[in-house]
Every structure is written in C-alpha cells, then in structure tokens.
Design a binder for this molecule. Structure first.
Ligand SMILES: [Zn+2]
Length: 117
C-alpha cells in the first residue's frame, strides 16, 4: 500500500476537522446540494441573521476546497484562522530561574555539609 493515496483523505476532511476542533457548532451540510457546507467563519466569526457566513465548496470528492465568507474574509485569512501557527514555548522568568538556582545550590551545600533543612 506504500505510495498509494488514502481515498478517504480529502482536503474537505481536513477543513471540517479543523472546524470541529475549534468550534462547538462548527458546520452543517447544505440540505439539498452535495459538496456544500456552511460554517461560522473562523476569521471574522461571522453569523448573519442566524446563518453561518462561510460557504465551503467541494466540486467533486477529493477536489480542492473553495472557502467563501459573506463578510469578505480572504481564503488566506480563513486558513490562517483555521490553522494558527503554534505558540512558542513560554520563556522562563530569569528572576525565578535565578532564585531557584540559588535554592538548589543552598540545598546541595547543606546536603554536602550534612546539615538537615
Ligand atoms: Zn469571515
């Protein structure tokens, strides 16, 4: 099976999965037309009169997906909101790290000298 494409791995699936991961009431299928979905736009979080403002279109199974926000968000903005870059790891406060280092050294010194804390 090496090198074969998973027939169930579709760009639409990745989009819908990202919507599910980010929103509780993420999307719904068009009641009559295949390949069309509606969602709250992750970029502007737009709802218009109770309707979802993002239209997701897949022309045929496995095709590239078109994203159209009624409020004018570009596909780049929508994708950036769907797949935000990972957050950098938190930077340790140098004062806290220095204080901990002093405490560790003091503890080691006490242990080496045989003094109980
Ligand atoms: Zn939008």
């Amino acid at each position: 099976m090496r090198g074969r494409r998973d027939p169930f791995s579709r760009p639409l699936d990745r989009i819908l999965e990202a919507l599910r991961a980010g929103y509780l009431d993420a999307y719904s299928a068009h009641p009559e037309r295949m390949g069309i979905w509606a969602a709250c736009c992750p970029s502007c979080r737009g709802f218009s009169f109770g309707r979802r403002t993002l239209t997701i279109c897949e022309s045929h199974p496995g095709a590239a997906v078109a994203l159209c926000c009624q409020w004018g968000c570009s596909e780049g903005e929508i994708l950036a909101a769907l797949y935000p870059p990972p957050k950098p790891p938190p930077i340790a406060d140098p004062l806290v790290v220095g204080r901990l280092a002093v405490e560790v050294l003091a503890h080691r010194r006490q242990a080496a000298e045989g003094v109980s804390a």
